[in-house]
Design a protein around this ligand. Structure first.
Ligand SMILES: C[S@@+](CC[C@H](N)C(=O)[O-])C[C@H]1O[C@@H](n2cnc3c(N)ncnc32)[C@H](O)[C@@H]1O
Length: 279
C-alpha cells in the first residue's frame, strides 16, 4: 500500500508497507517500533537463521557512538555527513556528537521514504542538523546539494559515515568509485568511517551462515552483498586506515585505544568496520 507522498521530489514514491524495507527491518532488529508486518516477518526469518542478528545491529550502533565520540572528542571534528543514516533510533549521530560539542553540524542522507519522513520529523531538532533526501549512489548529485556543498566548502575536516549502506550496492567497482568520488570531495584531514556486511571467505562457519542468510533476504533485497575484508578495505582508497584496520566490530578499537575484552573465538559476526583519515 502506498500511503504517503515524499518530500523534495527526490524519492518519487511513497511508503510501501506491503513489502519489507531495509531500514524498517533493521529497526525491527534494533527493537524499534517503526516497522510493519512484512518487515517483522523477514526479521523473524533472519533471526531463525541467525539468532545473533539483533546483536549485530546493536553492535553497529555502539560502533557508531564510539567512532563519533572519538571524532568529536579526540579529533576535533565538528562536521558530519551520515549517509544511509537509517530510521531515527535511540542515539543518532547529532545527539552523540553534541554531547561532546554542542556546535557539531550533521547532515543525514537517505533515500528510503520511511526514513525521509521519520528522519525529517525526528532528527531535525536543532538548526545544525539537516536531512537530504538523496540516493548516495549518485555522488555528484549528492555533492551538489546546497547543504552538503556548504559543509564541504568550509574547508574544515568532515567525517563521512557510511554505516551498513554500501552493502546495498551490488557492483563492487561501482561501489568503489562512489566512495572514491566522496573521498576526493572531502577537505584534507577529513575522516571516513565504514561498516559493511562481510563474508570472510575462509570456508568457516560464518561463510556458511552468510550463504544461508543471503538466500533468505535475496527475494526482498536482491542487491544486498556481503564482501570480503580485502574488498571492504579497498573501499578506503585514497585514505589511510587506522589500526586495527577493517575488522569484526568486536575487535575494533578507536585509534590509540584497545579492545577491553577479546571476543570468544566461536562468536559469529558479519559486521566489519574501519576508520580512516584523508591526508
Ligand atoms: C541498515 S541501514 C543502516 C543505518 C545506519 N547507517 C546504521 O549504520 O545504523 C541502511 C540504510 O541505508 C539506506 N540506503 C540504502 N541504499 C541507499 C542509497 N542508495 N542512498 C541513500 N540511502 C540508502 C537505507 O534506506 C537504510 O536507511
Amino acid at each position: 500500500m502506498t500511503d504517503q507522498p515524499v518530500y523534495d521530489g527526490v524519492v518519487a514514491h511513497g511508503i510501501d508497507t506491503s513489502r519489507p524495507s531495509g531500514p524498517r527491518v533493521y529497526d525491527c532488529l534494533l527493537g524499534g517500533k517503526d516497522n510493519y508486518e512484512p518487515d517483522r516477518e523477514l526479521c523473524r526469518q533472519i533471526t531463525k537463521v541467525a539468532p545473533e542478528a539483533p546483536e549485530w545491529a546493536r553492535a553497529n550502533r555502539r560502533w557508531l557512538a564510539e567512532v563519533v565520540t572519538w571524532l568529536t572528542a579526540e579529533a576535533g571534528v565538528r562536521r558530519f555527513v551520515d549517509a544511509g543514516c537509517g530510521l531515527p533510533t535511540a542515539e543518532n549521530t547529532h545527539q552523540i556528537a553534541r554531547r561532546t560539542n554542542l556546535h557539531s553540524s550533521v547532515i543525514y542522507v537517505d533515500n528510503d521514504p520511511s526514513v525521509v519522513i521519520h528522519g525529517r520529523a525526528l532528527l531535525l531538532d536543532n538548526d545544525r542538523t539537516q536531512f537530504v533526501a538523496a540516493d548516495l549512489t549518485r555522488p555528484k548529485h549528492v555533492l551538489a546539494d546546497p547543504a552538503i556543498a556548504d559543509l564541504l566548502g568550509a574547508g574544515q575536516p568532515v567525517a563521512l559515515v557510511l554505516g551498513l549502506v554500501l552493502d546495498h550496492v551490488a557492483d563492487f567497482e561501482k561501489t568503489r568509485k562512489i566512495v572514491r568520488t566522496y573521498v576526493d570531495a572531502l577537505p584534507s584531514g577529513s575522516y571516513l568511517a565504514i561498516t559493511h556486511a562481510c563474508k570472510p571467505g575462509d570456508g568457516g562457519p560464518v561463510d556458511a551462515l552468510v550463504t544461508e542468510l543471503s538466500e533468505k533476504v535475496r527475494p526482498a533485497f536482491p542487491d544486498l552483498t556481503f564482501r570480503s575484508v580485502e574488498q571492504i578495505t579497498a573501499l578506503f582508497d585514497g585514505t589511510e586506515i587506522f589500526a586495527p584496520g577493517v575488522v569484526r566490530l568486536s575487535e575494533w578499537h578507536v585509534p590509540g585505544g584497545r579492545v577491553d575484552e577479546e571476543p570468544p573465538a566461536d562468536v559469529r559476526e558479519v559486521v566489519y568496520g574501519g576508520l580512516a583519515r584523508k591526508r
